[in-house]
Design a protein around this ligand. Sequence first.
Ligand SMILES: [Zn+2]
Ligand SMILES: [Zn+2]
Length: 306
Amino acid sequence: MSTAGAPRHDPIPIGEVATPPFARLPDPTSLFLQRAARFRALAAAANELKAYLFFLAELSDVQHRIQDGLPVAELPAAEALARAHDYGIPPLDRNRFVPDAAFEMTIDRLFAAMAEVEMPAVSVAALRRARAADAAMLAEMVRSVLADSIPVEAMAEHVFVAAALQVHFARLAAQLDAKSLTPVGDGACPVCGGPPVSSMVVGWRGAHGTRFCACALCAALWNYVRIKCTVCGSTKGIGYQEIDGGAGTVKAEACNECGSYVKILYQVNDPSLDPVADDVATLGLDLLVRETGLRRAGVNHFLQGY
Ligand SMILES: [Zn+2]
Ligand SMILES: [Zn+2]
């Protein structure tokens, strides 16, 4: 099973001139719908994770459905956006998030809609706890998700809070101008400053074979050269690991310099791959890579605690 050890190459097709945009912003009106379909397909083919993948398909469906009729998510003031741009700070800095009416309604709707969904008992209990939280507790849960510091014993309830934040940040990000975005550092989303969930080699017209990191929170994609650590930026000591006998479309890009790895998805070979759903579904790869002592650096709100 194991292919851990010798680094493998990441073949780059030659003969094509690709001019990728620096960033691509999410379309929240299709993002979660497509993700739900992908979760459902992965669930149908899965063994141990089947129930959880079906649950995440339902959750993604709800993330889509609740958007209808939501108020516009409020962007920071134009001066603040301009200042962020001048100082190389992400325009929707997640550390400065202030909930607005749209977010309040998003999280209320998500909680209510999930209460109608058939879920594993552990999720039913977790949703009940999340709905019972007072305003201060809920604000603390929001902060924990945004800081990637979700307490181990309360991961199940944070899944619902994270799902609401994903909807809200995708709706905010969609209002920005992708051309105004600039790099804010290795491993940081140029929109919200968050870490990637995974990266993807895409097959887009004009950008064929280029790689984009996918934000775990706002779902923005940002261009990042290949064979370079998405965490520390090192181009030395990069290796690729995958599960033998797999489709070869999901690998772990491991870095010897910082001892971490983030998955890389070859969407160029399978357009249905989703940076969040396929990350969850390939948990087996994480277990394999972690045996080699590497640390998982990709953040996935639906894969906490692994
Ligand atoms: Zn982001
Ligand atoms: Zn590194």
